[in-house]
Design a protein around this ligand. Structure first.
Ligand code: B12
Ligand code: SF4
Ligand code: SF4
Length: 307
């Protein structure tokens, strides 16, 4: 019966466009990496990470009776689509993945209900260490850039998680294949990566997306032309060189209107236009003021003629 549920899950997930499915046991022991990271203050002002610690460490607090954690991968575009200077991280170029994936996860929930399971589903939206369980579920390994890397597909993917009361057959983890490579650590403009963990206090992705306070001077100097997020530690990774052909959902491609907008045009965009342009995008969440401030900071860090 559980093998059948697993097969049905795999089939339904592929139909919905997920590129990978893995199952991990719902174990509580995730090592002390997260607790140490928090104790060292590497979460910066993301206080919700502290509040969620007990739930993150014990999936039973998220779904009582949980037996398995299913992790799914969904590919996002590989190329930087902007013709105008000013980088927007690849994952944020198209529609908001939270909404896109939520409806697909609801379909998978229904499939698993049919086998008697009770589920909770998340995609970057809940207290689940998605990378840890993805690696435990054999989908790839956690690279020195802190991200899940899959042989043949690299790291450009979203992770979603389904906690289920069903005891599905678990997959085996795979060995780490970073070897002697340290390119991501060396390429990070702010030296934010150490021992496979990212210090958010130094990460440009944090400062341009999550931070509640202005970008500090030293980070600003390293920001370059990044307007929203940062992909540098993925761009340099040899596992992200084109390998297998992957399906990219057209909803995740950047609309033509955004491709050619210069940073100045974005910075001077009236608020009403910001809402129209970004209403379906993850960028909408940071608001017009934060985007304008990111643009002002990157303008200060690179020469005006590049803009
Ligand atoms: C907080 C957060 C951030 C923060 C902090 C970054 C960080 N590295 O933690 C900021 C805002 C900076 C950020 C940036 C980015 N993020 Co982010 N982020 C998250 C979030 C919400 C939580 C991550 C977390 O728990 N961090 C704390 C650290 C300590 O935990 P961890 O690295 O996951 O480690 C856990 C395990 O791996 C384990 N572990 C690690 N090592 C070891 C060793 C041993 C021996 C053991 C036992 C355990 C263990 O312990 C930890 C706790 O369980 C996740 C979604 C989620 N719910 O998981 C997305 C997530 C990790 N982010 C994602 C993405 C795409 C990004 C960016 C690429 C976005 C961008 N282009 O700008 C950057 C990349 C930066 C980087 N190099 O990490 C994706 C990653 C997809 C992938 N292929 O891995 C996720 C999974 C979102 C999603 N659902 O798709 N992010
Ligand atoms: S996202 Fe950018 S700043 Fe953050 S760790 Fe990667 S390379 Fe460094
Ligand atoms: S760049 Fe090298 S060290 Fe970093 S994640 Fe990729 S293979 Fe691992």
């Amino acid at each position: 019966m559980m093998n059948e549920a697993r097969q049905a899950l795999n089939f339904a997930a592929r139909q919905l466009g997920f590129s990978g499915v893995g199952v991990a046991p719902a174990q509580a022991d995730q090592g002390n990496t997260l607790a140490t990271w928090l104790a060292e203050g590497k979460h910066a002002d993301m206080s919700w990470m502290e509040r969620h610690l007990p739930a993150r460490l014990d999936p039973q607090l998220v779904l009582p009776g949980v037996r398995s954690i299913i992790i799914l991968t969904y590919e996002y575009p590989r190329a930087d689509a902007r013709s105008a200077p000013g980088c927007i991280a690849r994952y944020a170029q198209g529609d908001d993945y939270h909404k896109l994936l939520a409806s697909k996860l609801a379909d998978l929930d229904e499939t698993l209900q049919w086998y008697g399971g009770t589920q909770r589903c998340f995609s970057d939206s809940g207290p689940v260490s998605e990378r840890f369980f993805a690696a435990r579920a054999g989908l790839g390994w956690i690279g020195r850039n802190g991200l899940l890397i899959r042989p043949g597909k690299g790291s450009y993917c979203f992770l979603s998680s389904i906690l289920t009361t069903l005891e599905l057959p678990a997959d085996s983890p795979m060995p780490n294949r970073c070897g002697n490579c340290h390119r991501c650590e060396q390429a990070c403009p702010t030296s934010a990566l150490h021992n496979g963990c990212c210090d958010a206090r130094k990460c440009i992705s944090f400062w341009t997306i999550e931070a509640k306070s202005p970008i500090p001077q030293d980070i600003q100097q390293a920001q370059g032309n990044r307007l929203y997020g940062c992909d540098t530690c993925q761009e340099v990774c040899p596992w992200n060189r084109p390998q297998e052909h992957v399906y990219i959902d057209p909803h995740l491609l950047m609309p033509a209107t955004l491709q050619s907008l210069s940073p100045q045009q974005l910075a001077h965009m009236p608020e009403a236009d910001f809402h129209t342009t970004f209403s379906g995008s993850p960028i909408h969440r940071i608001g017009v003021e934060h985007l304008r401030s990111n643009i002002a900071k990157q303008a200060a860090s690179i020469s005006p003629q590049v803009l």
